[in-house]
Design a protein around this ligand. Structure first.
Ligand SMILES: Nc1ncnc2c1ncn2[C@@H]1O[C@H](COP(=O)(O)OP(=O)(O)OP(=O)(O)O)[C@@H](O)[C@H]1O
Length: 649
């Protein structure tokens, strides 16, 4: 396995900007205005207040290129001298708005809850009051002070700006690389500054350029009204005001000042648009997750927690709320994972596998919460722990690898930077020792040329390499339990096998436990010791892997195996489970699988079906489970057939 030569994508936004066809003109114009304003003294042909009465109201001439005003003052010189003041005003407003809005938006989006509600309420309040009224109040306190006025303007536009930043933060908060950082034990403050802030930067730049255009017009308006400039001063608003007074005598006078301001505003907006398009070229943000509604919930039984289990989930119930209504997604799930054991969570799409695993790691998407049950690690219930205590456990006790390896890596940083950060956090080492440990972690996940990989950015890695790096990140804290959410789904078959072999090897070497979420019965057969079959938010079967494949005790498991192409007989169609998994909120009160079950009887429809231990360490949620224990009515050929690694439909 080799790595492409790392090419550092420095200043990607600037590069993307260069590819925008409409970017060059506004940028050149803005640069010209800035340079001309800064060097006004050197460039202006006259002093701003130098009178030339014989040429008053002259229009453009060789002497006065842009004409002269009612006192014969050179319009070009006055515009040049007024430039710095206008630019400083824009800068003050933009800086104020950005400094307030970006942290506020990130905090509101990331922390959510009461903080978010308070920010949202304040935003509504500020947006409801016209900015000019508040600035007039400020100018009453600081008469004629343009700095105070522009800072106040910046503060007034900050809430709208913050709302946009919050919107970008929301999906970032759910991004896999943020979850991975959280699981790895990185502090919330660090996640916000290192992972969220770069993600909102592009939007913030675009937003800031819009604030710049608005603040220019606002500054000119204040000058025009004489609120921040004295009459006749070389200030853009006053220059426009003077020209407006002479409109019937010399209409030309309005052209240079009005034109310059209009072009400036246009250039700032075009610059913002170009930045936005350049940012879009660099990749769009993740979509927020879908949310469902409707409530149910049925009682569940669970076997007592195994006393020696490393990790136990007991009667875990998870609900997502939308518009005030709760929908139960995971309903009283219980299972144990022992040290060194690999447990698979398997079931059709929508069964609740990922939500169960993510709830255990406190990584539920917004709106999701544990409504009942326990998540025990070494006998200690993690559910009531405050975030700070929980964070200390994550990363060192629990690790996560996700379905999309690339999405668990922050695209803005090299692998060395991301891995180095975790090594610094867990091993408290910097410099050479840090680099050594990073390389050791990469060797542990069997990546060749670790130094080269450390210098690479995520986009320079293949899928298999990215997943190995993601595993290395998860291993940085030496977790006792690794949660792997569909770790091979996004990879091609050969790479899937390599990653599974790696997980097996790592487990042998480190003795950690693995909880693996998968659709794939082949993966289950390949690496799991125990299997939990989930259906419609409930555990339907819980068994040791050989027992499950050799003698499944639940019609749903039988259905999954029958639908597995590995079990197909030549010339015979695949058995498929008819119908679909009922969506959360529509589950029947009796057996949830009964509408699709080939073995359904009246008693299945009478009441909720409990999960019972049918054979030693083998639970099934089926009123007919004991019958399956005596006679196995399937054509299932056992674990070996399933090893052909095929997906559950
Ligand atoms: N953020 C969310 N808001 C509301 N409902 C959600 C959310 N995330 C998941 N769900 C719902 O929870 C149910 C279980 O989802 P989950 O992702 O756990 O399924 P799964 O068994 O892992 O399936 P898959 O393999 O397709 O991910 C689904 O019906 C899904 O729509």
């Amino acid at each position: 396995m080799t790595v492409a030569a790392p090419r550092r994508a420095r200043f990607p936004l600037l590069r993307a900007l260069r590819r925008q066809p409409l970017a060059a003109v506004p940028i050149a114009f803005l640069l010209l205005v800035v340079v001309a304003s800064v060097f006004a003294r050197q460039l202006a042909p006259y002093a701003p207040d130098a009178f030339d009465l014989p040429n008053r109201l002259s229009g453009p001439t060789a002497r006065h290129l842009l004409g002269a005003d009612e006192l014969g003052r050179d319009v070009l010189s006055r515009l040049l001298y007024g430039g710095v003041r206008a630019l400083v005003g824009i800068l003050e407003a933009v800086l104020t708005a950005t400094v307030v809005a970006v942290p506020l938006g990130i905090l509101a989006g990331y922390l959510g809850g009461t903080f978010d509600r308070v920010v949202s309420w304040l935003t509504d309040l500020v947006l409801a009051i016209p900015a000019i009224i508040l600035v007039l109040v400020v100018l009453t306190v600081f008469p004629g002070n343009s700095h105070a006025a522009m800072i106040a303007f910046g503060l007034l536009v900050a809430p709208g700006f913050a709302r946009v930043v919050r919107g970008v933060t929301l999906p970032l908060r759910e991004a896999d690389f943020v979850s991975a950082a959280r699981v790895a034990g990185v502090s919330e403050a660090r996640i916000m500054t290192r992972h969220i802030l770069p993600g909102v930067t592009r939007t913030a730049i675009v937003q800031a350029s819009l604030v710049a255009a608005n603040s220019l017009l606002f500054a000119v308006a204040l000058g025009f009204l004489g609120l921040t400039a004295t009459p006749g001063e070389a200030e853009w608003g006053q220059i426009v005001a003077g020209a407006a007074q002479q409109i019937s005598v010399q209409p030309w006078l309005l052209v240079p000042s009005g034109g310059l301001i209009a072009l400036m505003a246009l250039a700032l907006v075009l610059f913002g648009n170009a930045l936005r398009d350049a940012a879009a070229d660099l990749g769009a943000s993740a979509e927020p997750p879908a949310v469902t509604t409707e409530p149910p919930a049925t009682p569940n039984t669970a076997r007592p927690q195994a006393p020696d289990a490393l990790f136990s989930v007991r009667n875990l119930t998870v609900a997502f709320s939308q518009r005030g209504r709760d929908t139960v997604i995971v309903d009283g799930v219980s299972f144990d994972v022992h040290a060194g054991e690999t447990v698979g969570l398997v079931g059709e799409s929508g069964a609740g596998k990922s939500v169960t695993a993510l709830a255990a790691l406190r990584l539920l998407a917004r709106g999701g919460r544990i409504t009942a049950g326990q998540v025990l690690f070494e006998g200690r219930d993690l559910v009531p722990l405050d975030d700070r205590t929980f964070d200390t456990l994550r990363g060192s006790a629990l690790g996560l690898i996700s379905q999309e390896p690339l999405s668990s890596l922050d695209p803005a940083f090299t692998i060395g930077s991301q891995l180095g950060e975790l090594v610094r956090l867990h091993d408290r080492v910097r410099g050479h020792a840090n680099r050594e440990r990073c390389a050791e972690l990469l060797r542990l996940v069997q990546l060749r040329e670790p130094e080269r990989v450390l210098r690479s950015y995520p986009h320079e890695l293949s899928g298999g390499m990215a997943q190995r790096v993601a595993i290395a990140l998860a291993l940085a804290g030496r977790p006792q339990l690794l949660v792997a959410d569909e770790p091979t789904t996004a990879l091609d078959v050969t790479v899937q096998k390599e990653i599974l072999a790696l997980l097996r090897q790592l487990q042998r070497d480190t003795g950690m436990a693995v909880l693996i979420v998968t659709h794939n019965l082949g993966v289950v057969a390949d690496i799991c010791d125990r299997v939990i079959v989930l259906y419609a938010g409930q555990v339907f079967e819980d068994a040791e892997v050989y027992a499950l494949f050799d003698r499944p005790l639940n019609p749903y498991t039988l259905g999954l195996m029958g639908a597995n192409p590995a079990n197909a007989r030549p010339g015979q169609p695949l058995t498929v489970i008819p119908g679909r998994v009922p969506p959360p909120g529509t589950w029947p009160a009796h057996c949830r699988f009964s509408p699709r079950c080939a073995y359904v009887q009246d008693r299945c429809l009478a009441a909720p079906v409990p999960l019972v231990e049918v054979a030693a360490q083998h639970d099934s949620r089926c009123v007919r489970a004991a019958e399956f224990a005596v006679v196995n009515p399937t054509t299932v050929t056992g674990r070996d057939a399933a090893l052909t690694a095929q997906e559950v439909p």
